[in-house]
Design a protein around this ligand. Structure first.
Ligand code: ATP
Ligand code: MG
Length: 463
């Protein structure tokens, strides 16, 4: 039920809801304010009436005459119009009065408390009455009753009530109109943003909302959305570029395979020639297989499907393993492969991935170093493990340094290709390092060599 209500509420346009809230709150405030004024005014009018009764009562008392032992009132007593009095004996009999006879009889002295004003209803009309006791020496006690109609207090109250009952709805009506106008004005930019945003599709991410905006909430929204579009646009562009690059990579080996097969089919060849063609085809297929494996890995890393299997890992052992694996390749090129290992450097990581990381770096170092040495070193620096692969190779020109971790980025395309490189190795390294909460850095001087530094958090917390 409650949920239904809130769903229904959310279906109502925001400007109506805002206005409704605003009018509702204003109604509450006005009602409270009016009630306060009404009751205050009612109280002070009643107090005024009561003090008038007291003063009139005193006047009546001071002008009492005695005639044949009976009290009498001065007929010229200057009482306020609307003030009635009655002189009663203790039995409640009327001795003297300026009231119409039926009214005078209507008042019952019994039941009234002396000197305390009370309200009495006679034939549907309310009166405010004050009973004043009169005692004179040797005289029978009697009462003076002073009376005024409460109408004089009710009339201004009624007028006030009427005013309130007309003024409040009118104020609310005007406020609602103003509220809708203001809410519409305030929300107009949001409608415009929505309309503009609707026009921007995934295929057209280069467009921006591009709405004029100030330094307010709406302005921040527009700026934030435009920034988000920027990021999306860049991500889509990268993705498109990635697909284009990947397709492009496959063209050369496919062309080679096709031309080899066609040449082989065209005429009879010697077994040795067939063998050679098949070897070329096999190499190209292998190359494509490698590329597919790397592409798949990157694609899965993007989708976060590639899970890391984290376990405490001695990096020293890992370096030993990789160094041993690359010894042959280094020796073939006449390079020295040197390792400098500090013992007991343990991190939490995925063995397969960290091996791949180091292998990629060492592979690069050997590939891009014509002569000299490749040094792999491992040490602790504070709470980090620092793994470095240093070579005396060709180096990387400054302007390329920022890009080498991008997919398919190769400084010297022809050269890398000749070496069998795709430009994906460092992109994979970057992903692996980030998945381990680490950092990868590169320093390089053209012609002198390159150093890759990998920082990984040590596995200390668990001991
Ligand atoms: N140690 C290095 N010395 C000089 N240049 C390097 C070194 N390491 C990487 N590079 C440059 O950075 C580029 C990107 O390296 P990356 O490992 O990503 O690709 P690759 O080695 O060309 O191909 P892949 O690793 O995918 O087989 C390389 O093409 C190369 O130009
Ligand atoms: Mg590489």
């Amino acid at each position: 039920m409650r949920q239904k209500f809130s769903t229904w509420l959310r279906g109502i346009p925001l400007r109506w809801r805002l206005t409704a809230w605003y009018v509702f709150l204003l109604a509450l405030i006005l009602a409270g304010f009016s009630a306060f004024i009404y009751f205050n005014m009612s109280r002070s009018l009643k107090q005024g009436l009561d003090s008038l009764l007291f003063s009139q009562g005193e006047q009546v008392l001071s002008s009492l005459d005695n005639e044949n032992g009976l009290p009498r009132l001065d007929p010229n007593l200057p009482l306020l119009p609307g003030t009635y009095f009655g002189l009663y004996d203790t039995g409640g009999k009327v001795l003297d009065t300026n009231m119409p006879a039926d009214l005078a009889i209507g008042f019952q002295v019994k039941g009234l408390t002396a000197s305390r004003p009370a309200t009495v209803e006679i034939k549907g009309v309310e009166w405010r009455v004050l009973l004043v006791p009169v005692r004179e020496k040797g005289q029978q006690p009697y009462w003076v009753l002073v009376v005024r109609s409460v109408e004089e207090t009710e009339e201004p109250l009624d007028r006030l009530l009427l005013f309130i009952l007309i003024a409040i709805p009118m104020t609310l009506l005007v406020a609602a109109g103003g509220g809708i106008f203001l809410a519409r004005r305030a929300l107009q930019p949001i409608d415009r943003i929505a309309a503009k945003a609707r026009q921007i599709s995934a295929t057209d991410l280069s467009r921006r909302l591009d709405l004029p905006h100030g330094n307010d909430e709406v302005g921040h929204l527009v700026a934030t959305l435009d920034e988000m579009l920027d990021r999306l646009d860049r991500a889509f562009q990268r993705q498109r570029q990635f697909t284009a690059d990947a397709s492009h990579e496959f063209r050369t080996p496919l062309a080679v395979i096709r031309s080899q097969a066609e040449a082989a089919l065209q005429r009879q060849h010697s077994p040795a020639e067939y063998r050679q063609a098949l070897e070329i085809i096999r190499d190209q297929a292998e190359w494509m297989g490698n590329l597919v494996a790397k592409l798949l890995l990157l694609a899965r890393s993007d989708d976060r499907m590639e899970q890391m299997e984290m376990e405490p890992l001695d990096l020293g052992e890992l370096v030993e393993g990789v160094t041993a694996e690359f010894q042959g390749m280094a020796a073939e090129k006449g390079l020295r492969l040197v390792k400098k290992i500090k013992e007991n450097v343990v991190v939490r990581g995925d063995q397969t991935r960290l091996t791949q990381l180091l292998a990629n770096l060492v592979d690069n170092a050997i590939k891009y170093t014509p002569e000299g040495e490749v040094v792999i070193s491992l040490e602790r620096r504070g709470r980090q493990a620092l793994l470095q692969v240093q070579d005396t190779g060709v180096g990387i020109p400054e302007e390329h340094l920022a890009h080498i971790f991008e997919r398919f980025y190769r400084v010297d395309k022809a050269r890398s290709r000749a070496e069998g490189g795709f430009g994906l190795g460092l992109a994979i390294c970057d992903w692996i390092v980030r998945a381990h909460n680490g950092k990868i850095e590169v320093e390089s001087a053209v012609g002198r060599g390159t150093t890759f530094k990998v920082w990984l958090p040590l596995n200390e917390g668990l001991h």
